[in-house]
Design a protein around this ligand. Structure first.
Ligand code: VG1
Ligand code: CO
Length: 580
């Protein structure tokens, strides 16, 4: 093949957000739009990193992925990459990509040193929906801000990109290696099975035998919903073939380019089928719901955990996994190095860390901040309130890992019960956890697609208000006398304990005297308008009061949050679009 230089000019707004660049497919389909971003990424990495490297390119299989993969292969060839690794049909979950970068050994002992992940995660897919792309580094984790800032700078001044235009399209549906020769020598594309490496990794972490005993026991019933995301490419292999679950326990496990027209976000609003199957919400299910249910998002890095008629908040989930990991999961049997959560995530994990005397970190939203801690051996388990849970086995959050972690805990607690005794349920595990550690009532209100200007004004108003506590407390007392005073407020700023880098403007926090918290931030993953997120949290230590309905318990704080932020005045919205 030849290398062609193509003249181009910059596009506005190619700034990677919380997790890469996400835009409408129509935007990505503009001539040179994807090319500019890919070249800007190559230019942000050092030349000697790219020359001869092995690059992973795959994603959740959403609409436009196949075209994008061919474009990136041609650009990689021209930029001096030695090999491109592609999951069959372009499918690799985000956690699987991270695992492949870290663990997979190719022919002649080659290892990958970077990846383009093609996904807009939980955002819908299809010709009128979203596409996304992000770059991960040689540790398997998302590029740090220093790199994403550089990429963005490059997109603003790009004048040309290079591409092997005459390279034929590679058949990514067939496993195998295709060789090419370019001006600088060999280039090849290897298509490999999307699941094998990931399955192997999971088997090295969990005790599959004990999970298998649980899953194949007639007393235990199970349901997993991939929401037509890439999780489906792993579910059958892991849950059915390896662990003996019934095939009928898998819902929506055929990956689709448009996720069946749905919103592949595993929460109580969007995972409707699973929610009904588990007997939650307005369900008229005739059958007895399964003991355990779970869902993952488009790229299978998020998870939702449900018990029979019972929802486990993601903030509780990570705390409960951390509290039980050493006993229930072989990978952690030597102990945890530390735990971490994102700032808006509830403090349930903090309490566990304190009890177990573990190192603890609070980082800004987005997985990239956990990676440094893990690379430095400071953190084993971490999570976010946004249905993200994971560990240092990779450098991304991991939906199926979280499901296996819960199954491990259930298997451990029920070791003796599979014969005759009643099974310990998900709900009982959670309630017992609350009784031991106290409960963090938690909810998040999302105001999606609000006017970007109005959202900015609201945030600016809150930043200003935050600096005057007497003013804040006057508003609170005028709204609800039963809500305690704010003791401290700030705009969250993070100093990475490993490399000392500083991330500013990471959300506004109001911390109350009784341990309650209100957090406001703008989403960095949307593709249109702005999304305001309000995070509401209240701690209850008294074990006689940990059984209340969460929305009811949080009612007064919610009222205060809306009043403090003048939500309706700024946005015109009287209600959020999604509550989780
Ligand atoms: C959201 C979540 C954040 C998560 C990010 C990526 O970001 O709040 O916790 O890490 O999505 O998840 P934001 O900026 O919109 O609040 V995923 O599954 O979209 O890669
Ligand atoms: Co995701």
């Amino acid at each position: 093949f030849k290398v062609s230089r193509v003249t181009t000019s910059p596009f506005d707004g190619q700034k990677p957000g919380t997790s890469g660049l996400r835009k409408k497919v129509k935007v990505f389909k503009q001539q040179n739009y994807l090319h500019n971003f890919v070249q800007s990424t190559f230019n942000a990495l050092s030349q000697d990193k790219i020359r001869g490297m092995t690059l992973v390119v795959s994603g959740d299989g959403r609409y436009f992925s196949k075209d994008a993969i061919q474009i990136i292969i041609k650009m990689a060839a021209a930029n001096g990459v030695r090999s491109v690794w592609v999951g069959q049909n372009g499918l690799l979950s985000t956690p699987a990509v991270s695992g492949v970068v870290r663990e997979r050994v190719g022919k002649d002992g080659t290892k990958a040193s970077g990846a383009f992940i093609l996904t807009a995660s939980h955002n819908p897919g299809g010709p009128n929906e979203d596409f996304g792309i992000k770059y991960n580094m040689e540790n398997g984790g998302p590029a740090p801000e220093a790199i994403t800032d550089k990429i963005y700078e490059n997109t603003k001044s790009i004048k040309e990109y290079i591409i092997a235009e005459d390279l034929p399209d590679v058949d990514i549906s067939a496993i195998g290696i295709t060789n090419f020769t370019g001006p600088e020598g060999q280039f090849d594309v290897e298509v490999f099975d999307s699941a094998s490496d990931y399955v192997k990794l999971m088997k090295s972490i969990f005790d599959f035998q004990s999970i298998q005993k649980l899953l194949s026991s007639p007393k235990f019933t199970f349901c997993y919903d991939a929401l037509h995301g890439v999780g489906g490419a792993y579910a059958k292999r892991i849950f059915v073939e390896e662990l003996g679950a019934q095939e009928s326990s898998l819902l929506n496990c055929v990956p689709k380019e448009d996720f069946g027209g749905g919103h592949p976000d595993p929460n109580l609003t969007y995972a409707k089928e699973l929610v009904a199957c588990m007997g939650l919400g307005k369900s008229d299910a005739k059958n007895e719901p399964p003991e355990f249910g779970a869902a993952s998002d488009g790229d299978a890095d998020r998870n939702m955990i449900l018990g029979k008629r019972f929802f486990v908040t993601p903030s509780d989930s990570v705390a409960i996994i951390a509290a039980n990991a050493v006993d229930a999961i072989p990978y952690f049997s030597a102990g945890l190095k530390g735990v971490a959560r994102s700032m808006p995530t509830s403090a349930a994990l903090d309490v566990v860390a304190k009890h177990l005397n573990l190192k603890f970190f609070e980082v800004p939203t987005g997985w990239k901040f956990f990676g440094n801690l893990m690379d430095a051996g400071l953190c084993s388990i971490c999570g976010e309130e946004s249905f993200g849970t994971g560990s240092d086995h990779i450098r991304e959050k991991d939906g199926i890992w979280a499901v296996l972690a819960w199954l491990s805990i259930l298997a451990y607690k029920n070791k003796e019960n599979l014969g005759g005794a009643k099974l310990v349920t998900v709900e009982e595990i959670v309630r017992k956890h609350w009784a031991t550690y106290g409960r963090h009532y938690y909810t998040r209100y999302d105001y999606e697609n609000v006017d970007a200007g109005a959202a900015k004004e609201l945030m600016a108003y809150l930043v200003k208000l935050q600096s005057s506590l007497p003013e804040v407390n006057k508003i609170i007392k005028g709204t609800r006398s039963d809500v305690s005073n704010v003791a401290k407020a700030d705009e969250f700023e993070y100093k990475d304990p490993v490399d000392g880098s500083i991330s500013k403007h990471q959300g506004i926090r109001y911390m109350f005297e009784d341990g309650s918290r209100l957090v406001f931030r703008l989403s960095g993953t949307g593709s249109e308008g702005a999304t305001i997120r309000v995070y509401i949290e209240q701690y209850e230590k008294d074990s006689s009061k940990t059984g209340r309905d969460s929305q009811e318990a949080l009612g007064p704080l919610v009222e205060v949050a809306l009043k403090l932020s003048k939500m309706q005045e700024f946005t015109g919205r009287s209600a959020p679009t999604v509550i989780t």
